[in-house]
Write a protein that binds this ligand. Structure first.
Ligand SMILES: [Zn+2]
Length: 479
């Protein structure tokens, strides 16, 4: 491992993926074929929440042909072709397929878990380029039934540049562009180097996003520096908090900036005490003025810290579907630590609400899998957004339309409109009344293929085992 490995930003597994460069992942789940798509599907009845922000439409009808929405509106507005498969949705609510814009797509058991939770698109934020390229293609042509996948490849930092025998950040950005990534992630580097990465990416129509904290004990660039260098997005609220502190956090004399335990306890646990709200406001304003999106990944912090080593996390019923027993207990942390982390999370929620109110582009990303569970966590992120004072409609848009904009795929994804991919979720209850209703999923449709979440979850256990039954070697994806 390169020296930088020990400086890996601790709330993200992004850098762990740097060394993974193995092919063949695409063949791992060949039986999950998405090819048996019926040509015409109609969803009839129910209330349509199309994700544009328009008021809900009762007694809706959606005509899906060859995986795309052909027509959409009220029942009776258009004819239903003979032989269509009709899904009756009376009493249900129909929303766009959800998008998780921060995942690490490293295992075949993830496919059905995301889909069963209504997540029809994901963006990988750090993994083996070759493996992800193959997987992206296999999914796109329908050989593998999984969320549509966008990829960033390997995050750029001094360690990853060296590991690839390259000479500079610019060279690595060029390599990633030529490899065909959908966007570029950075986790290190100086202002000048960030500008070079941005220059290469923008010249090729790609955006650049940064994991920006913690600076203490790490080599992350910091949120303000990243925004000033021209980055297009900030991942994790931590970097924004860190760059909004009035003065240095008081840490014990024996504080070791290279100790994970110290960083967790004394840095994450105390940073909320020194945040200056005028600095928050000015950084948020800078982000909004520069059209920088914000993915606070609140659920990641909540589950990795606020809930860590608690029964609430460890007895989560969703864990039964995770063949690898996650999450592990870790560290000598107890209730006093959790209480401090909760205050830090409260502050993260506060800046998230401020960013939304300032007109910023807020998006839902979760950093799953891990403590943030694949699929479930995007719903929890929306719930945290609503707790931050954001409306259910806006929270839903953060996980649909806004994520589609960040992917530059708003012509195909993010709302339910004619011409777009037929990716939608049919719910049993109204999410605009209570955002937790997005978890009451009746059916999921991806590319016009109708999927039953209960069946997907059952199949996943049959194929990969229930909680803790198997472990997977991430260097050997064909298992
Ligand atoms: Zn990550």
């Amino acid at each position: 491992m390169p020296d930088e490995a020990k400086y890996a930003p601790f709330i993200c597994s992004c850098l762990l993926a740097v060394f993974l460069f193995s092919p063949g992942f695409g063949q791992t789940a060949g039986n999950l074929s998405a090819r048996a798509t019926p040509s015409v599907v109609v969803v009839e009845g129910g209330t349509l929440i199309d994700g544009t922000g328009a008021p809900p439409v009762a007694n809706a009808a959606i005509l899906i042909e060859n995986g795309r929405i052909q027509q959409i509106g009220k029942q009776g507005e258009f004819n239903i072709p003979a032989g269509s498969r009709v899904i009756q949705a009376d009493g249900k609510y129909i929303i766009p397929g959800l998008i998780d814009s921060h995942v690490h797509y490293d295992m075949p058991w993830l496919h059905r878990l995301y889909l069963a939770n209504g997540v029809t698109t994901v963006r990988d934020l750090g993994g083996s380029i070759e493996r992800l390229m193959t997987l992206r293609q296999e999914i796109a042509v329908g050989n593998i039934l999984a969320p549509r996948l966008f990829i960033s490849g390997v995050p750029i930092n001094p360690g990853s540049v060296r590991a690839m025998n390259l000479d500079s950040a610019r060279e690595m950005a060029t390599m990633l562009v030529e490899a065909g990534v959908d966007g570029i992630k950075v986790t290190g580097y100086t202002s000048d180097e960030l500008r070079e990465i941005v220059e290469v990416a923008h010249a090729n129509g790609l955006i650049v996003y940064g994991h920006t904290g913690p600076k203490r004990g790490g080599r992350a660039p910091g949120a303000r520096l990243a925004v000033e260098a021209g980055l297009d997005g900030i991942e994790h609220a931590l970097g924004v908090l860190e760059d909004s502190m009035g003065k240095d956090v008081t840490v014990p004399a024996d504080y070791d900036p290279e100790s994970r335990d110290h960083i967790f306890r004394f840095w994450y646990g105390r940073m909320y005490t020194e945040v200056d709200s005028s600095k928050v406001d000015s950084l948020i304003q800078l982000m909004v003025e520069n059209n920088v999106y914000f993915a606070p990944t609140l659920v990641n912090f909540e589950r990795n810290f606020v809930l860590r080593n608690t029964p609430e996390l460890e007895t989560d019923p969703a864990l039964q579907y995770i063949p690898e027993d996650e999450p592990p207990r870790f560290g000598p942390f107890g209730s006093a630590d959790r209480e401090n982390w909760r205050k830090t999370l409260d502050m993260m929620k506060e800046i998230t609400g401020k960013f939304q109110k300032a007109g910023g582009l807020l998006i839902a990303g979760t950093d799953s899998p891990g403590a943030a569970l694949p699929g479930w966590s995007v719903h929890q992120e929306m719930e945290l957004f609503v707790q931050a004072g954001i409306s259910p409609m806006e929270a839903l848009q953060a996980a649909t339309l806004n994520n589609a904009r960040v992917l530059n795929k708003q012509r195909d994804l993010g709302t339910l409109e004619p011409g777009k991919y037929a990716d939608l979720v049919i719910l049993d209850a109204n999410p605009l009344e209570d955002i937790t209703h997005t978890q009451e999923i009746h059916l999921v449709i991806k590319d016009g293929l109708v999927l039953d979440p209960g069946v997907l979850l059952k199949q996943n256990i049959e194929q990969f085992g229930a909680r803790g039954e198997r472990s997977f070697d991430r260097s050997k994806p064909n298992q």
